[in-house]
Design a protein around this ligand. Structure first.
Ligand code: FAD
Length: 398
């Protein structure tokens, strides 16, 4: 028998958000500010229950979305905890020699003539720090250990959501913010499953210990380095922090070099079946410049992850929008290649737009439909730009 969650017996909540990732938490912040009742249901047992990546590039659009959703003091904390700007991008080969003409257009902000992503207002944030800030002040609205299982529409027209632990809740609107493997999407819109594009992303971090600083060149710590290899590419970003005293509620983070290798699966992992991700990175860089070899050799072993690149095909799935009192946000509906650095920025913008629609409309369903109309166009553009970015990174093989 399904048991309703504490306090939810009678009315449930107005908005049930599934997933306490970047988009879900950002939406909860904005709804709380607008005085709209919401609860976030997160599968993990805690915010730090699982490593979820390291460096996040937040562009001007993402920062603007955060400014709209967060109270001023939290937005200020977000900006203060970003890495020290390192406004120089280099495009290199494996020997660290300059390569001309390969900068992805989506990175060079050519629209306004800016030369680097930092000139265009990009910030580099530590993902876990951003999530800690997004949880600040709304922790009592987040239920950890609540894995979405099913959604049904009750006779009252409301959504009845059941969780894997046997609890359930009623809501006027369910927002699926449960990421690329969204269980909500699989139930309500199985046709919107993102495609595996045949590429993978191998990423990790290398903490800047004195030993690492001696092994890698200072140039790697001075700005973004993009390394073009034979059919794949690497991105290295310095994450140097200057917080002064660690702000309350935020876990200290040691300086590190973030790195990611992206390219076709056959190129990156085909030759190394069964090899642990950290070793794959070391193998791939075995003929590279000693500084790059040092970077991968000293990587934080347990933190190296390998993910398939998946991309939504919105045009095909859009007309089949769900009839349930539910909507989607972030990777749950518009997964895209990380090559564009746009997925989180798009999810944050989703949160700002959906919150504004919910604050301005009497009916949650009408608000959701207005939000979807705007989001479909914006997200389709971000997916396109991400694909263009991916092609620029490994265009010589696809
Ligand atoms: C290596 C890499 C680098 C990236 N770099 C950038 C970047 O620099 N800039 C950028 O804009 N984007 C970047 N992205 C993309 C970005 O990470 C995603 O687009 C972003 O995290 C999407 O946010 P989200 O809130 O939709 O989903 P997520 O952040 O994935 O959050 C989903 C949440 O839902 C929870 N969940 C899952 N299933 C359930 C369930 N059944 N019930 C309850 N909860 C559930 C998960 O535990 C998680 O907490 C990168 C991605 C990768 C892989």
């Amino acid at each position: 028998m399904t048991v309703l969650a504490d306090g939810d017996e009678m009315d449930g909540t107005r908005v049930a958000i599934i997933g306490a990732g970047l988009g879900g938490l950002c939406l909860a912040q904005a709804l709380t500010r607008a005085g709209i009742d919401c609860v976030v249901y997160e599968r993990d047992g805690a915010l730090d229950g699982r490593a979820q990546g390291y460096r996040l590039r937040i562009d001007a659009d993402g920062a603007d979305a955060l400014a709209r959703c967060l109270p001023a003091e939290l937005y200020d904390l977000f900006r203060r905890t970003c890495a020290v700007p390192a406004p120089r991008s280099r495009f290199l080969d494996g020997q660290l020699a300059p390569v001309a003409g390969r900068a992805p257009a989506v990175w060079s902000a050519a629209d306004d003539g800016a030369q680097t992503r930092e000139d265009a207002g990009d910030l580099c944030a530590h993902r876990q720090t951003v999530r800690e800030i997004l949880l600040t002040g709304i922790a009592e609205r987040v239920r950890f250990g609540a894995a979405f299982q099913t959604l049904a529409v009750g006779p009252d027209g409301r959504a009845h959501v059941a969780f894997a632990d046997g609890t359930a809740v009623r809501a006027d609107l369910v927002v699926a913010a449960d990421g690329v493997n969204s269980a909500v999407r699989r139930q309500l819109m199985p046709q919107a499953e993102p495609l595996d594009v045949g590429a993978v992303c191998l990423y990790g971090r290398t903490t800047l210990t004195p030993q690492v600083r001696a092994a890698v060149s200072d140039d790697l710590c001075a700005g973004t380095s993009v390394v073009f290899a034979d059919g794949y590419a690497g991105i290295i970003d310095p994450m140097l922090f200057d917080w002064g005293a660690t702000p309350p509620g935020v876990t200290p983070v040691a300086d590190y070099l973030y790195w990611a290798l992206i390219g076709p699966r056959t190129r990156l992992t085909g030759a190394f079946p069964g090899v642990v991700p950290a070793m794959v990175a070391e193998h791939l860089a075995r003929d590279w410049h000693p500084s790059l070899r040092g970077l991968f050799r000293h990587a934080d072993r347990d933190g190296v992850a390998l993910l398939p690149v998946r991309s939504a095909r919105l045009a095909r799935t859009w007309p089949l929008w769900t009839a349930a009192p539910a909507t989607f946000l972030g990777d749950a509906i518009h997964a895209m290649s990380p090559a564009g650095g746009l997925g989180a920025n798009t999810a944050l913008r989703d949160a700002a737009v959906l919150a504004a629609c919910l604050a301005g409309q009497a009916s949650p369903e009408e608000a959701a439909r207005n939000y979807e109309e705007e989001m479909r166009v914006r997200a389709a553009r971000a997916i396109h730009l991400s694909e263009v970015g991916a092609a620029a990174l490994f265009a010589d093989v696809i």
